[in-house]
Design a binder for this molecule. Sequence first.
Ligand SMILES: O=C(O)[C@@H](CO)OP(=O)(O)O
Ligand SMILES: [Mn+2]
Ligand SMILES: [Mn+2]
Length: 559
Amino acid sequence: MASSGFSWTLPDHPKLPKGKPVAVVVLDGWGEANADQYNCIHVAQTPVMDSLKNGAPEKWRLVKAHGTAVGLPSDDDMGNSEVGHNALGAGRIFAQGAKLVDRALASGKIYEGDGFNYIKESFENGTLHLIGLLSDGGVHSRLDQLQLLLKGASERGAKRIRVHILTDGRDVLDGSSVGFVETLESDLSQLREKGIDAQIASGGGRMYVTMDRYENDWDVVKRGWDAQVLGEAPHKFKSALEAVKTLRAEPNANDQYLPPFVIVDDSGKAVGPVLDGDAVVTINFRADRMVMLAKALEYADFDKFDRVRVPKIRYVGMLQYDGELKLPSRYLVSPPEIERTSGEYLVKNGIRTFACSETVKFGHVTFFWNGNRSGYLDETKEEYVEIPSDSGITFNVAPKMKALEIAEKARDALLSGKFDQVRVNLPNGDMVGHTGDIEATVVACKAADEAVKIILDAVEQVGGIYLVTADHGNAEDMVKRNKAGKPLLDKSGGIQILTSHTLLPVPVAIGGPGLHPGVKFRNDIQTPGLANVAATVMNLHGFEAPADYEPTLIEVAHN
Ligand SMILES: O=C(O)[C@@H](CO)OP(=O)(O)O
Ligand SMILES: [Mn+2]
Ligand SMILES: [Mn+2]
């Protein structure tokens, strides 16, 4: 890039000063919806967020957080943390994993790359294992991509295929696992008619089996390893359909938390453990909840749990999940190249940065923020603090989570005078929203609002600036609706609880004593999205954003 005159130096903003501490607060899963009883943010006491909205209309606005505005394939795609924080941090819209996989499948390029050629070497004598989330949620994976990959691999020589499913109920309705398993079973039976030995081999609910993140609870990954690789699980069934139906009949059963199971043959033997010479594909395109399994599958040195048996396999990820660790080393589709993030520019321009969340969201304000890159950008200028999350519980049991602790860390970081940017993620609206527990989600939203207050009070004390936003919606709408917006009922007449994210916009609010009095939101940007926030934050630090960043949301009136 040197030859094109590239420079990391950001130009000074013509009007905005440097040296004001900036607090960047991301409320996870906090969208804007009409006020009704299923809008937990509306039901909850949220005086601080209310005052930002009602107190200064020229400093509060909505931005898009879903669909093409964050690099997803279509505007029917709900937002999510990965694409949301990528956009917030990178300031540009990158075609994201879901879209890149769609393209590679549609063009057939996925079958021409090094990754596919590598696993193909196992097709003659080994089994092809596909492990991942089974739903059409489009947040971590998509059923149609799995279907295309099954078809494509079998047409290209895979003779024996085993699918290890993780049931969802988080990005899709609880109970929908049964239908997804039926669809997959029917696809696999069609492959069997063509002479391919294809079966579901194991399964479990995504939050209890395999899909932990940021090393919150390695037991989750171990449960998956035992079922998928070793072929061992407490529950054994003859078919996956029987498995999900039986396990769902247990009291309080829930797709997200189904226990691990393996499918066995007539003699009681697991039909699909992973053996030497096999190929394994983790089919999720999203990184955070696949990194831990990728480590277990790829690393020779590994001490997080006893793997018991480590088969010699050819392993590829749907994507490479961690650009810094180069993990996994082989993959089917190249990930988006999210470079020159705002974090990198700002540290290179002297901005000392503090980032904090609790474990379940820690990587959101570090790893995702920095373009799916783990570790520090510049250790001398940054401090990242992770507050341990509760593990082994569903967050409706403790809906306040660690919001207070996160806010206190942010407050202390601001008051210390050691940082120019203090960035946090407050997880409550999202993590509790995903449980589908409306009452608990109301408590969660109140707790997040109280945390915002602590941070804004500290901003006030140090004469700083705040920017409060969210990565996508969740807690603002907890019911599945028809096209006209009316709540849908289930067979027994109850409402259908929406555990997923939404397609709704999210707020951006700015303020604080350090904010130049002439600053207000522009109204010449028609449909801004999360990617417009990075340039805005750079301005608040007194810099102009790079020319290829999405435009800033603010302007400075003459006065
Ligand atoms: O929990 C997760 O993995 C997703 C939902 O699938 O939520 P978020 O994008 O907010 O992390
Ligand atoms: Mn999120
Ligand atoms: Mn979420």
